[in-house]
Design a protein. Structure first.
Length: 603
């Protein structure tokens, strides 16, 4: 959940570290810190609570010597938000410095043992235990001390370690928390996120679990040779450009995310799609009769939409499971079951745990992922990249559109292997090719949606409802609003209103109703009438040309007409904009909402 960067090379380390932390601010944090080694002086150690921008003047005027260092942004887990609990952490003698992402599950017992042996602790964190363990085993070889220390811990980690006693060496290691090495010219970087290093190099090596890397000024080595991959993002893609927030920039990039997902993959004449990442398992996929989709958060709602698509058009029985629950259930599986894991980062801890469980059971695993080289892409049997580009805002928007578009293509791919006709295949892929332009039409109405937010900004509670394909979109709309505006928002199926939620409805509880002209439109209108009969106000998302709905609801947001299975790709866009404008009007930090992080790499 936190951000790590380390640097060793010919440049002054501090500006590189500071730049790297600033590029990872989107992940969310409550404190941060730096450590830079200098052969001539004592290490520079700087730890603060709050945001880096709050100390910009002080940081910009620091004269920090040294060409090796580490830095970290922290979200408090073990230990409160204090400068002492911020990383880097150090040993008794302040010789060894360490930054860490993850959780040390047995830190209490290790800490008690180390205290008995005479170690003195200065923080409340689990991380500090690692620094003292490395001190305990240090015998003029930092990587060997790290290896011995890690054998004693239970939990997860991505760590970067430096030492005054070996001031020309960085040691990095990972277990279930991402660490990448950046290979530059006369310099090496290590980070938890490509955004931190893409300015300096686009050639990276991903560490696998239980691997340790050693970086020196002119060389590096790891336990086994690994291939380099290229980061496809450019530095400009992780900048806000002229937008006030990354989230607005990424919402405006949603048509591009759809376009990138489908580019070169639609074969309209044949009514099918080309997904090269599935070629190696194509024959196995023909035999499956059950799919399990596993994801968390927003990706989980994409999976729920995918369930409707795959069952209706591919004819495959499909489950959509929440990753954090899936890993603890007993599963009834057979050789004709396949699993699909959906994750923007490819590092979501609960999703990866489910993936590893399926691999143990011999179940075919497929990944839908945005990040090349991520743990998920390396561990699945096959996969599809969504190609959404870097997503910086904590609340996911354009990546969700990439996931929905990819699931639509997967539906056609599997459907054409089965009973989907050429005519139906052509109809879906032809319409999918139009979706980017249709989505741009919705974004052109952003000023209208901003006015709606201004109208409703004083309300504290919202209900989102939809049916069939748009039920998961109601959940997504509610999630976005609560994530960034901190308002109470709930989502649910329209048909469940009378089974309880209707008790909430009054003039102070607006409802956003997803009412496209589809197979369940009349049912949704009945639900809207139930709300209006009880004095509730309704904002409807409806299909262009539907003028009658204006007579029933208080406000309407129109979306273009498309195939029912593709309506979620369009209907979610105004909900993203509504949530964004509400949060801005309420004065919240849209890109970095409180208590949340971009990539959830711990349970």
């Amino acid at each position: 959940m936190c951000g790590i960067i380390g640097y060793i090379g010919r440049k002054p380390a501090f500006p590189v570290l500071k730049s790297g932390l600033e590029r990872m601010e989107y992940r969310g944090y409550d404190s941060y810190g730096f450590c830079v080694l200098n052969n001539k002086d004592e290490p520079f150690l700087y730890k603060r609570t709050g945001k880096i921008s709050e100390a910009e003047h002080e940081l910009s005027n620091l004269d920090v010597k040294g060409n090796i260092g580490q830095a970290h942004t922290r979200w408090a887990t073990t230990g409160t938000v204090t400068g002492e609990n911020a990383h880097p952490h150090f040993d008794c003698q302040k010789d060894i410095f360490l930054v860490h992402n993850g959780i040390i599950e047995n830190y209490k017992e290790l800490k008690q043992k180390l205290i008995t042996e005479g170690h003195r602790f200065t923080s409340e964190t689990d991380t500090e235990v690692l620094a003292h363990l490395i001190e305990k085993y240090f015998n003029n070889n930092l990587e060997q001390a790290v290896r011995r220390a890690l054998k004693e811990v239970r939990g997860t980690y991505g760590i970067v370690v430096i030492s005054k006693k070996e001031p020309q060496k960085i040691v990095a290691a990972r277990l279930s928390s991402p660490i990448i090495l950046g290979i530059g010219k006369d310099e090496f970087l290590v980070a938890s996120d490509p955004a931190a290093i893409v300015t300096y190099t686009r050639q990276v090596i991903n560490l696998d679990d239980n691997e340790i890397a050693v970086l020196k000024p002119d060389d590096f080595f790891i336990l086994k040779e690994k291939p380099m991959v290229s980061i496809e993002w450019s530095p400009k893609e992780v900048e806000k450009k002229d937008y006030p927030h990354f989230m607005l920039k990424e919402i405006m990039e949603e048509p591009d995310a759809i376009e990138n997902a489908i580019r070169g993959r639609l074969i309209i004449k044949e009514g099918t799609v080309k997904l090269g990442g599935l070629d190696s398992v194509s024959e196995r996929l023909k035999k499956i009769n059950r799919l399990i989709l596993v994801a968390c958060g927003t990706a989980g709602y994409a999976a729920k939409v995918g369930k409707y698509m795959l069952e209706e058009y591919a004819g495959i029985f499909t489950d959509a499971d929440i990753g954090s629950e899936f890993r603890y259930r007993k599963h009834i599986l057979d050789k004709n079951t396949a699993s699909v894991f959906v994750s923007q980062s490819g590092e979501t801890a609960d999703t990866l745990a489910g993936l590893r469980e399926m691999k143990k059971k011999g179940i075919l695993t497929i990944g839908i992922t945005n990040v090349i080289g991520s743990s998920q892409t390396r561990e699945t049997d096959a996969g599809i990249y969504t190609r959404s580009g870097p997503e910086i805002a904590v609340a996911s928007t354009k990546a969700f559109l990439g996931q929905l578009s990819t699931l639509a293509m997967l539906t056609v791919y599997l459907g054409r292997q089965r009973d989907m006709s050429l005519v139906m295949g052509r109809r879906i892929v032809s319409e999918l090719s139009r979706i980017p332009d249709l989505s741009r039409r919705i974004l052109s109405k952003a000023p209208e949606i901003k006015k709606l937010a201004e109208k409703y900004k004083e309300f504290k509670n919202f209900w989102f409802m939809g049916r069939k394909y748009n039920f998961p979109i109601a959940l997504e709309g509610a999630l976005k609003l609560k994530e960034i505006s901190y308002l109470h928002a709930e989502g649910g199926p329209g048909g469940e209103l009378k089974h309880g939620p209707l008790a909430l409805i009054d003039e102070n509880f607006p409802v956003i109703a997803l009412c496209p002209s589809d197979s369940v439109y009349n049912k949704m209108i009945s639900n809207v009438e139930e709300i209006k009969a009880r004095g509730g106000c309704v904002i409807a998302v409806a299909t262009e040309g539907n003028e009658q709905i204006k007579e029933l609801v208080d406000d309407v947001i129109y979306i273009p007409k498309t195939l029912e299975m593709l309506t979620p790709i369009l209907s979610v866009i105004p909900l993203h904009l509504f949530a964004y404008y509400m949060a801005v009007l309420l004065g919240h930090d849209v890109d970095k909402p409180r208590n949340l992080a971009k990539s959830v790499t711990v349970e």
